[in-house]
Write a protein that binds this ligand. Structure first.
Ligand code: PLP
Length: 376
């Protein structure tokens, strides 16, 4: 059995960083133009480049995914109650509460761990105005059933697509579903601009409204049409995004190879369940979640600790559930009896390290640590 070097911890992810010297010309250009933010040339170029790369009509860049989510809710003038998943990063529900909207938690599907359309329908009340599903780990939600429910009940749909950069279904980008989709470009995500995010929309009028809202509500020098926010991405972040986009296909290929190596290695270990492989186009291999089953010799938390003791910093995404945090746990939809599938997943999951530069030796070392406990 290989033992990792204590001196080189392996974290759950590592940001994609192109060579520094390749970034210098971009910085030089910003210094020369002195155009630092407010829809500068790199901001404009990155919006266009992402439209082309992702296969979507409009991209509005933001300072973060969270500010983009908060703004998306304002764009559609959402009020009342919004049905969402408890099995996500806390920003999903926070973006609703921050807008004075009540999140209503619906349970998830046991196979995909995405929000269960049947449970959405059961959670609808006269106050419901929208659905905020998450493409968890980059695996597409059941977009067709969600669209049908939304159409039947006259609800808006905002996808938290923070994990879903580059994910496609058989009709093209997964981001083309719903009224709006929101991406995160945080350092930990598949594509990053240090901090950043975007709203994807499908028509020019909505794009214009988003652009107004992310710039304080200004439409010209003297006219303010809405209580907007400052959500504008700076030129430095946008330039970094342009540079990073050049290497994104290679990065996604590398992630795919890591995923395949884990799957092969884990197949021989009893008590470890992987999520189904969504397939090359459907997945971006943003995360590698495993579910620890009762016939594995260690508890989930014991394995998590054991990995850490060996310098492997895996993460329990998503534990605790959002609905267990103090500002949500008193809500009736947060009751344990309402969310049995999400609770079970949150108690079983560990996300293993996955990023383009992780080596085969590092992956095998992680597999050996997990397998060692079974005597395999
Ligand atoms: C990362 C993430 C966010 C927040 O994005 P930021 O860019 O960090 O603000 C929102 N939702 C989900 C599901 C995320 O993983």
């Amino acid at each position: 059995m290989t033992t990792p070097q204590k001196t080189s911890p392996i974290y759950v992810t590592q940001p994609l960083l192109p060579p520094l010297e390749e970034f210098i010309p971009y910085l030089q250009s910003i210094w020369d133009s002195k155009w630092l933010t407010n829809n500068g040339p790199f901001h404009q170029q990155l919006e266009q480049a992402l439209c082309d790369y992702l296969g979507v009509r409009h991209v509005a860049l933001f300072t973060s995914g969270t500010v983009a989510l908060i703004t998306a809710t304002q764009v559609l003038r959402i009020t009342g109650e919004v049905i969402t998943t408890p099995y996500s990063f806390v920003a999903t529900a926070h973006s609703l509460l921050w807008n004075g909207i009540k999140p209503v938690f619906a349970d998830i599907d046991p196979i995909t761990l995405n929000i269960d359309p049947d449970k959405i329908e059961a959670a609808i009340t006269p106050q419901t105005t929208a659905i905020m599903p998450v493409h968890c780990y980059g695996h597409p939600c059941d977009v067709d059933r969600i669209e049908k429910i939304a159409d039947n009940y006259g609800l808006k749909v905002i996808y938290d697509a923070a994990h879903a950069f580059g994910v496609q279904d058989h009709r093209g980008s997964i981001l083309n579903h719903g009224d709006l989709s929101v991406l995160s470009f945080h350092a930990t995500k598949v594509f990053n601009t240090f901090e950043g995010g975007a709203i994807i929309c499908h028509d020019a009028k909505t794009k214009q409204r988003i652009d107004h809202l992310k710039n304080f509500g200004f439409v010209d020098e003297v006219t303010v049409v809405a209580p907007g926010i400052n959500g504008k991405m700076s030129e430095v972040n946008a330039a970094f995004g342009l540079l990073q986009l050049k290497g994104i296909d290679e990065a996604l290929q590398n992630r795919r190879a890591v995923d395949a190596r884990y799957r092969t290695g884990l197949a021989r270990i009893r008590g470890i369940r992987c999520l189904p492989d969504a397939g090359e186009k459907m997945a971006n291999y943003a995360y590698f979640p495993i579910l620890i089953q009762p016939d594995y010799p260690l508890s989930r938390d014991a394995l998590y600790q054991h990995l850490q003791d060996n310098g492997i910093y895996a993460r329990r995404y998503f534990h605790p559930l959002i609905s267990d945090f103090p500002m949500y746990r008193g809500m009736s939809s947060a009751a344990h009896s309402n969310l049995p599938v999400a609770r079970k997943a949150a108690s079983e999951v560990i996300c293993l390290p996955i990023y383009p530069t992780i080596s085969n030796e590092q992956i095998d070392c992680i597999l050996d640590i997990i397998a060692g406990e079974t005597g395999a």
